[in-house]
Design a binder for this molecule. Structure first.
Ligand code: RIB
Length: 308
């Protein structure tokens, strides 16, 4: 087994809007798509489509969405043993994408709020077989802390994508992660530092690394990515320019691809470069998981992947 994703799943309800309504106003949106989403599920599906063996630990509800979500994991080749059902609603995410391809997302966590440290303990034997644990922040922070401890105790590197930005996240409890991969907003919240300029971003990332995080990788959207490593080196990765249609889930595409290349090669720079290309490709199509290429399609676009 390559990667254990311990995290969320949601049903994405995406309205393609011309503008947001004002208070009390109703506006018509020209298009709508429903699909499987949630940051954890998106990262798991991206990794699985690229050829990683993925264990997903997550909780669905007991409503009409649950079986479809489970079937989606299965269809993407993900082991569903730890897709647990709960007496709750499934997580849902109403999403609004504007004509410039920017998105606004509301998450209703539902069953994701019930994923617990006990669930990790129950899956321990199988998680121990994984080479990387991948986490996000759409499940209880106590569960995230338990997963970080589990990784440390078992010598498994942990990657935390601190998304969505969470004011109550305690850095002390996640600083043992091998990788923290924030965007600029998340970096600012984690460090309490400004991210208004390239120097600000570098300083905030350095503060995170100085706190003990081995590798800090800041995703910068149209400006690429910045990696600060434990040995004090830093490297900027240029963006891959594309015509964006829908940026929803691009960060998750990055994490899924990064994790896959990292577990297969151990080469962080190579993993970031591939992830930049994979995330850029995803924004050229609509939807979240629907926009993720599989291994074959991605290799046509990015031939280096054939060697991975
Ligand atoms: O990162 C994109 C994801 O955020 C969407 O799939 C939505 O479900 C929310 O979790």
């Amino acid at each position: 087994m390559d990667i254990a994703v311990i995290g969320s799943n949601m049903v994405d309800l995406i309205a393609y809007i011309t503008r947001m309504p004002a208070e009390g106003e109703t506006v018509e949106a020209p298009d709508f798509k429903m699909g499987c989403g949630g940051k954890g599920a998106n990262q798991a599906v991206a990794a699985a489509r690229l050829g990683a063996e993925v264990l997903m630990l997550t909780r669905v509800g007991n409503d009409i969405f649950a079986d479809n979500t489970i079937e989606n994991f299965r269809a993407n080749g993900i082991d569903t043993l730890y897709i647990l059902k709960s007496p709750a609603s499934s997580g849902v995410a109403p999403i609004f994408v504007d004509p410039e391809s920017h998105n606004s997302i509301i998450i209703v966590k539902g069953a994701n709020k019930l994923l617990s440290a006990a669930d990790i303990a129950n899956a321990a034997a199988d998680i121990r077989r994984c080479k990387l644990i991948v986490l996000q922040l759409e499940i209880p922070t106590e569960t995230v802390y338990a997963a970080v401890r589990f990784g440390v105790d078992n010598g498994i590197p942990v990657l935390l994508n601190p998304a969505p930005a969470q004011p109550d996240l305690v850095l002390e409890k996640v600083k043992a992660c091998e990788f923290i991969v924030p965007n600029e907003t998340e970096l600012s919240l984690l460090t309490g530092m400004p991210v208004d300029s390239a120097d600000d971003i570098r300083n905030a990332a350095a503060a995170l690394r100085d706190a003990g995080v081995k590798n800090v990788i800041v995703t910068l959207g149209k400006r690429g990515a910045l990696w600060l490593a434990a040995d004090g080196t830093e490297q900027h990765f240029p963006p891959v320019n594309v015509a964006a249609k829908d940026t929803t889930g691009a960060g998750d595409a990055f994490i899924g691809c990064f994790s896959t290349v990292y577990v297969k090669t151990g080469d962080v720079a190579r993993a970031i470069t591939a992830a930049n290309h994979y995330a850029a490709d995803s924004v050229t199509r609509l939807g979240t998981q629907t926009s993720y290429a599989d291994r074959e399609a991605f290799t046509r676009l990015y031939p280096d992947f054939a060697e991975i």
